[in-house]
Design a protein around this ligand. Structure first.
Ligand code: MG
Length: 236
């Protein structure tokens, strides 16, 4: 009575030596930024509107060299051309080896899930700042459990499990977003409830948006680099 034979889980071949698993969508590996465009500048409503209406996105201008993409300061945030809901995401990032500035002005970037919810990327190695703004924080919302930061110039990873928020047709929030984050393989956020889109000042508040929105990487003016970015869509 307790032996269940279906459904049979899909076969997935895991990656080896940093490669992506067989069912992943590779967003960046070595060559180009084809899957990325310039994020519409301005407030979050513009990002939602832009993506909901499928408006044209101009090509991303960040630098690509030797399999690594690097922020080109002043060229703006970039977003994926594809939108995502619930995902598992892997990303590797590196802050500049040469230290320039301190606190929030040192190796700052960010990964915005659905373009709206920021997991902070920062050089947080021996670099005091507000802990809810250090690397791996849900920016201005939740401090990471521990600081797993490696020295500047070393590659680090985030493995992220994201549950997108759910809205009713009338705009009411049915379920908030949740996020789990491993930083260099260590748990630093465990199904953290996201309070709403990231805001620099003030309190976050949810705004109804499409089920799928792009991933955004932040140009905060620092030469932060990225490689080996992939996602798995979770529809379980
Ligand atoms: Mg940031």
């Amino acid at each position: 009575m307790t032996e269940v034979w279906e459904p049979v889980p899909e076969v997935v071949t895991p990656g080896s030596n940093g490669s992506s698993p067989s069912d992943a969508i590779v967003l960046f590996n070595v060559e180009n930024l084809d899957q990325w465009g310039v994020a519409p500048r301005g407030n979050r409503e513009r990002i939602i509107e832009h993506f909901s209406k499928d408006l044209a996105i101009s090509p991303a201008e960040w630098t690509v060299e030797d399999g690594v993409m690097t922020v080109k300061p002043g060229s703006g945030d970039i977003i994926t051309r594809q939108g995502f809901g619930d995902i598992q995401l892997h990303i590797e990032w590196k802050t500049p080896e040469e230290i320039d500035g301190d606190g929030q002005q040192r190796g700052n970037s960010g990964l915005f899930l659905q373009g709206l919810y920021e997991i902070q990327i920062l050089d947080s190695f021996e670099n005091p700042t507000n802990p809810n703004g250090q690397a791996g924080s849900v920016y201005k919302q939740r401090i990471p459990y521990v600081n797993v930061s490696l020295p500047p110039g070393e590659w680090q990873s985030f493995d992220i499990f994201f549950e997108a928020p759910v809205f009713r047709d009338d705009g009411r929030l049915v379920k908030p977003a949740y996020v789990t984050v491993l930083h260099n393989g260590i748990l630093i956020q465990h199904r953290t409830k996201i309070k709403g889109p990231t805001v620099f000042r003030g309190l976050p508040e949810y705004v109804k948006h499409p089920e799928k929105l792009p991933i955004r990487l932040q140009d905060h003016g620092d030469y932060v680099s990225f490689r080996n970015i992939w996602v798995r869509e979770l529809n379980h």
